[in-house]
Design a protein around this ligand. Sequence first.
Ligand code: SAM
Ligand code: SF4
Length: 463
Amino acid sequence: MYNVPADFINEAKVWETLEQNKNPEPAKIKEVLSKAAEMKGLNLADVAVLTSISDPEMLAELFNMANTVKETIYGKRLVLFAPLYISNLCANECLYCAFRATNKAIDRHALSQEHIAREVEVLINQGHKRVLLVAGESYPKKGFDYVLESIRTIYSVKSEHGEIRRVNINVAPLTVDEFKLAKAEGIGTYQIFQETYHRETYKKVHVGGKKRDYNWRVWALHRAMEAGIDDVGIGVLFGLFDYRFEIMAMMQHIFELEDKFGVGPHTISVPRMEPATNSDIASHPPFPVSDIDFRKIVAILRLAVPYTGIIMSTRETAKMRRDTFALGVSQISAGSKTNPGGYEEDDEISGQFSLGDHRLLDEVIRDVASMGYIPSFCTACYRLGRTGQDFMDLAKPGDIRLHCGPNGLSSFKEYLQNYASPETREIGDQLIRETIAGLTGVAKQRAEKLVKRVEAGRDDVYC
Ligand code: SAM
Ligand code: SF4
């Protein structure tokens, strides 16, 4: 069934809804923003109204509401992770990507398990606890087993104070059976981006390999959920087509998952096209997204699906990352390399695309903490089985704070104690003290108890 046309992406309906809601009156925009304040999400027409905002005053109201919703639900927490590129072998021809099969300008590597273990050790010693495994769509000899073995390797590495506690993956669409195998290895989120939901554009930019099949890709998250993977991540590569269309179509995808599985995606990624070695289209995206529109995209998504995490990668500059924390971003990568083996030894030419933020994890943490955000390395929900619908049930304002707030603080304390530079430790410790002072009731008791345990030398404490 998963190879048939995906009717849930209804392009005619997207265009029609955008047309019906273009140039909305300020009163209409305010009505949608008031609805967003209830934090129950928005429908397709509401999203169309918000995508049509261009007036600076209305835009400011959109941003304010996004900030309110973000802070009410997520507080000041920002979850940290690092991508781990295990291979840049690829049989596809995505015109925007340096890893595409015919690009001779990059060195090709599929890391051995020993090499992966060394990369993981570097990440653990920086303080990371979450890794996103990334690979091109072609595996060395063992085929898909290579990915499974790599997940096992990542979890097996132990260093003085730590280990990777959650492995998420971003690899080519799998079959239901393959998803079951990945689940059995203990993956957290399975993440995949449709790149563009616009079928004609999709065809134009995917000119070779299995990825040409739009339907196989767009049904991937159905297969993952059918295989029992509760947390799935969705996304669009912004720059390939009109961002208004893309947000609307992605919403159709989200509604479909909610309808079929009772729960939507756990995260949304918003990659914006960056230059890539030997790619014209990556340097000159056909539909470039301006900085202001990019902020608008984040704010709209925050309001449309308030309980879905939004991920901001190091494709963006430090400034853009800072700006979007307030608008809805809840997870960020830090200290990233996009070339396999890049943590041990860097070679930017062979990376997948150019990075906008090159800072090390410690610098990012210091910056984030100076802005009053709590960097969180927590992996408790997934390890306690609070995934999918269970997570969404818990993720009500109030409830999430009783768990994620204290856990974020204790995991941050663990980072400061074991890995941070003295400068970062000072800023971080002060932030933890101030944050706990501002808490009340159960949240305060839990936070104090967990942080004290870490101070006493215990790692990995959570509730
Ligand atoms: N190969 C798998 C695939 O294509 O789904 C998974 C990994 S791929 C390396 C991860 C993502 O990188 C792609 O889904 C795409 O959105 C993004 N990407 C590729 N080229 C990019 C570029 N030039 N700028 C920004 N993101 C890019
Ligand atoms: Fe290969 Fe993924 Fe790059 Fe496409 S985006 S060329 S599938 S690595």
